[in-house]
Design a protein around this ligand. Structure first.
Ligand code: UGB
Length: 588
């Protein structure tokens, strides 16, 4: 460091900052001034990146870390002084008059929306090596999550545009937050599929950076064990999305263009777009600044609980309490059994957060101007012993996107919308072994349950619209017992909301349990169709297709596959079955 000619003025400032913040150890093993010059420069490049990608810079990160580590060592409860209670929100019932009205209101508002997909995580829990956006939502059509999401947004865009004349607002932007783990593969997936029909200018990728690891309670930054000129880094969490959106400058541009809503969603929930129109309708009609989507939650399920927290000084907030914190919070506040189901309902009284947030753009920008997008952080060090003086391995600060409301003024309108799980939530997060260990009655959140949930939801929606649908059968794949419904899938442009489905089927249709129905087309009417087998309909946009009569064939069956069987690709093994296409009737 003495040889200052090595460093630019900006780097000298960074070096001084590190020394001031107690990071002298980073340079302890540095060789003479003329040794490893390039590596030293690279070190400062990394420090500059860590500095610029954190609100307030690296010095703030270190200071925040010192404080949070001291709190953690002292065993300070982050909810000190707060008492939890069950909040009240909008509870919707699929298909009733209110639901259908909200769906139409939501579609109308969609042309003022921006979608933000957080997809920087790698799915370590799932045990899948690729990016999760490339996984099939279901294997009947094989469409991946990203394709499904984009087609859903395009269908919303079209339906919403029909209700308005404002062509300028017609294209709904999609932001995808990536990380070094997912960025290149996300671009490749988009490029090699022509953006799945979306204009490439509609899609913006924002890459989150990792944050520095911390090796001890003094927040000394950890060096990479294999490189003394590199700081070890780890992901900071999905909360980064707010700072990234703010610093991108995109929000202001969109506000000027008349946009009103920002919808955040996660990488593997194939049901989500069935819940979006109605919940956007709730935001618009209730005037919510923040609306979180929720589903009934089973106690101990790995999703956060939406909770009303009331402080001894009178402050209140409605916020997600993460699944690992809900149980200790309840025990500490007069609920000795902790996170348990209400015996009357069989569910936790706290609605489950599915991390789908709808924020009103104007108030969101105002809040970000104050915070720069910084989100309340936490730290979770694994200590070597009860003295809490040393860590088993380095740790880092983390943040979650749903903690955004924590800094909001009390006047903000923060609400939530509860929908049936079968309609709204089927994430793919757990590997087969962990899923098989999930307590009976709790959801598996696996590739198996994620796919089966699509068939069940589509079958139930058709049934509600008057189609006779056979009862499901039970089967076990990768040690998980699931209901197998007829394999019904449709493209979002066929039906986006319940009204669309009702207009396109009639009550003279029936579908047997062994059946598969694929509807890929805009104007396809099922008019007295009796299906016992597989029917695959592909219609170009201008075609009007009306189907009636009996379709009978051997159909497509599900063949069991063991997840340990390496002869199958990973995306098949993790679901535990493969579709055997025996016989089908195709309409093209
Ligand atoms: N993600 C990122 O983009 N960047 C990151 O650094 C980390 C993740 P997980 P998690 O709905 O089921 C959340 O790991 O964090 C993306 C809520 O906190 O799948 O365990 C990642 O790509 C919890 O309250 O989930 O749990 C993915 O798209 C509960 O609601 C998303 O963030 C739970 O989700 C979520 O990451 C749920």
């Amino acid at each position: 460091l003495k040889n200052l000619s090595l460093l630019s003025p900006q780097q000298i400032e960074l070096a001084k900052m590190l020394l001031k913040e107690g990071q002298k150890h980073l340079f302890d093993d540095w060789s003479g001034a003329d040794v490893d010059v390039e590596k030293k420069k690279a070190f400062f490049d990394q420090v500059a990146l860590l500095d610029s990608s954190y609100p307030g810079g690296l010095a703030s990160y270190i200071q925040n870390a010192k404080k949070l580590l001291a709190d953690s060592k002292a065993g300070k409860n982050p909810f000190d002084g707060f008492t939890p209670s069950v909040p009240s929100g909008e509870v919707l019932t699929f298909g009733d008059e209110n639901f259908m009205k909200l769906e139409e209101a939501g579609v109308k508002e969609a042309r003022h929306a921006i979608f933000v997909l957080v997809a920087g995580g790698l799915g370590e829990r799932l045990g899948y090596k690729g990016i999760k956006l490339a996984l099939p939502v279901e294997t009947t059509t094989g469409k991946c999550f990203l394709q499904h999401y984009i087609e859903s947004i395009l269908a919303l865009q079209e339906a919403s545009a029909k209700l308005a004349q404002d062509e300028l607002l017609a294209k709904i932007p999609l932001v995808i937050m990536t990380s070094d783990d997912t960025h290149a593969r996300t671009i490749e997936l988009l490029d090699s599929n022509s953006y799945f029909g979306m204009e490439s200018s509609q899609v913006k990728l924002l890459k989150q950076e990792k944050v520095a690891c911390l090796s001890d309670n003094d927040a000394r930054l950890a060096l990479d064990p294999n490189d003394k000129y590199k700081i070890q880094t780890k992901p900071h969490g999905h909360g980064d999305v707010h700072a990234l959106l703010y610093s991108s400058g995109l929000l202001e541009q969109w506000k000027e263009a008349g946009r009103r809503w920002v919808l955040f969603f996660q990488d593997t929930n194939g049901l989500l777009f069935k819940a979006i129109p109605a919940s956007l309708g709730v935001s618009a009609t209730k005037g919510y600044n923040v609306n979180s989507l929720a589903v009934p939650r089973k106690a101990k399920e790995a999703i956060g609980g939406i909770t009303k927290l009331t402080h001894a000084d009178g402050r209140t907030m409605v916020i997600n309490v993460e699944y690992n914190q809900l149980d200790p919070l309840l025990r500490a506040t007069g609920h000795p059994d902790g996170d348990v189901n209400d015996p009357e309902t069989g569910f936790s009284p706290y609605p489950g957060n599915i991390n789908q947030l709808i924020l009103e753009l104007g108030p969101y920008i105002e809040e970000l101007k104050k915070t720069g997008g910084a989100i309340a952080e936490f730290v979770n060090p694994k200590y070597t012993d009860s003295t809490k003086t040393a860590f088993k391995s380095s740790t880092r600060l983390e943040c979650m996107m749903q903690d955004y409301p924590k800094t909001l003024p009390p006047s903000s309108k923060v609400g939530f919308t509860v929908m049936d799980t079968w309609l709204a939530y089927a994430p793919v997060k757990n590997n087969p072994e962990d899923a098989a260990k999930v307590p009976k009655g709790n959801p598996y959140h696996s590739a198996t349950s994620g796919e089966m949930a699509i068939y069940r939801a589509n079958s139930l929606i058709l049934r509600k619209a008057g189609v006779t649908i056979a009862e499901p059968v039970k089967d076990v794949f990768n040690g998980q017992e699931v209901e197998v419904w007829p394999r019904v899938t449709w493209s979002p442009k066929w039906a986006l909301i319940f009204k669309d489905v009702k207009e396109k089927v009639n009550n003279k249709c029936s579908i047997t349990e062994k059946s598969t129905l694929v509807v890929n087309g805009r104007h396809v009417a099922l008019n007295g169709l009796n299906l016992d087998g597989t029917l695959n309909i592909n219609a170009v946009d201008g075609a009007e297709v009306k189907l009636s009569g009996v379709v009978l064939n051997k159909g497509w069956s599900l063949e069991h596959v063991d997840y340990k069987d390496n002869s199958f690709p990973e995306e098949i093994r993790i679901r535990g079955f493969k579709i055997e296409k025996v016989e089908q009737f195709e309409v093209n």
